[in-house]
Design a protein around this ligand. Structure first.
Ligand SMILES: Cc1cc2nc3c(=O)[nH]c(=O)nc-3n(C[C@H](O)[C@H](O)[C@H](O)COP(=O)(O)OP(=O)(O)OC[C@H]3O[C@@H](n4cnc5c(N)ncnc54)[C@H](O)[C@@H]3O)c2cc1C
Length: 364
């Protein structure tokens, strides 16, 4: 398997597998390298994505969502149509939201399968140690070469670290899977319960995914695990799994392309910072990158075309989400009574616009 490839992709998560699928469908010879022996494991996710119909409303400039988001039934735990924002007062603001709650491990494995069916090859259980021009050096001592090298390795991507100076804010997140009966709605909790972030309860079939993220600078020296223990005390059930990870929360970085290198997904900060959603954004970017790579290999389309198409499809929503997150950062400094005021019936439309990545105040 060593040798020359059109595209060598670091990481086989939603971003990398989607790049692989579309690049291979376009005729490119693609190798995906992932240090995990089994794609998707261990689970590191809240497992909530919008339904395809909701996604079409949230990101209207993304074309042909049904081709991109082909989540099989086996990767869907359940659906929900309500999302609640819960301030410290407990007086929830309820919104209509078409949510699809995943079995994330099965979801990522379905993306891997789709990439393999398109012709991409996978090398699992070996990490990428470094990248030097067109050469990708693996931890097992072998080297592969690619015409294009894609960093889709998430928050710790080695290509991002080596070639990009821009820093992203990473929020530490911790969660559990709990068996039991839970309300039929997604809950997002704000205030001192999760300083600088939020807590979530996402109902699943037969249980829930419950977790939170904080920013240490707002947490007055208290560790994440203490906040999680306090938050979990609000729920009743048997914990069957514990996980955690890092979430990039400052939004997409400015440039994703430095030929022959490009970044996709979390490695490029492509999580909406006003709601923490990164699965579908990684896949939107992955499709664009994969198509551009195939065109680049076929007829020399410049790789920077990927940035132009991302801007056309996701630029407005990402910038609105970044502005909302800056606004939210002001909230994080407030005591709970003021947070209650900020999440009131009066502010309800602005809160919803912020969470759903639309300009909070009309144009801004
Ligand atoms: C706890 C938690 C909860 C979340 N909840 C949600 C949610 O509910 N909804 C949502 O939309 N998003 C959620 N996210 C964000 C979402 O998981 C990410 O945005 C998404 O996984 C990004 O996909 P990706 O392919 O860019 O990165 P990843 O899914 O992180 O995939 C990166 C892959 O690269 C591999 N890799 C890393 N380094 C190397 C290396 N050196 N060599 C080889 N392989 C490497 C990894 O093994 C991994 O398989 C959550 C994140 C966390 C941490």
């Amino acid at each position: 398997m060593d040798g020359e490839w059109d595209a060598v992709i670091i990481g086989g998560g939603p971003a990398g597998a989607t790049v692989a699928r579309y690049a291979a469908e376009g005729g490119a010879r693609v190798l995906v390298i992932d240090r995990r022996p089994v794609i998707g494991e261990p689970l590191q996710c809240g497992e909530l994505v919008p339904t395809n119909a909701e996604m079409a409303r949230l990101c209207p400039n993304v074309p042909d969502l049904d081709d991109l988001l082909r989540t099989p039934q086996t990767a869907i735990s359940r659906f929900t149509d309500k999302l609640c924002i819960v301030p410290p007062s407990g007086r929830a603001l309820e919104f209509e939201f078409g949510g699809q709650i995943l079995d994330r491990v099965a979801h990522d494995q379905a993306l891997e399968q789709a990439a393999r069916e398109a012709g991409a090859e996978f090398r699992l259980g070996t990490g990428v140690a470094s990248v030097d021009g067109h050469a990708v050096h693996l931890a097992d001592g072998t080297t592969v070469r690619g015409q294009v090298i894609i960093g889709a390795g998430g928050p710790h991507d080695p290509l991002r670290r080596a070639r990009w100076r821009e820093q992203s804010l990473h929020v530490a997140v911790s969660f559990v899977l709990m068996e039991g009966d839970f309300p039929d709605r997604v809950e997002l909790h704000f205030g001192s319960v999760a300083p600088g972030g939020y807590g979530w309860m996402i109902p699943k079939r037969g249980g829930a995914n419950i977790g939170l993220g904080i920013q240490p600078r707002f947490a007055r020296g208290r560790p994440l695990r203490e906040f999680l223990v306090e938050f979990l005390a609000h729920y009743d059930g048997r914990i069957t799994y514990r996980g955690g990870g890092l979430l990039p929360m400052s939004g997409a970085i400015r440039r994703f392309v430095k030929p022959p290198h490009l970044l996709v997904g979390d490695s490029a900060g492509m999580v909406f910072p006003s709601n923490g959603a990164g699965i579908v954004t990684a896949m939107v970017a992955g499709r664009i990158a994969g198509q551009v790579i195939a065109e680049h290999v076929r007829d020399g389309t410049p790789l920077v075309e990927y940035e132009r198409r991302w801007e056309a499809q996701m630029g407005c929503e990402m910038r609105a989400s970044q502005r909302a997150a800056w606004f939210g950062a002001l909230l994080f400094r407030l005591p709970d009574p003021l947070v209650n005021l900020a999440f009131s019936r009066l502010s309800r439309p602005f809160v919803w616009r912020a969470i759903t990545c639309r300009p909070m105040f009309g144009l801004f």
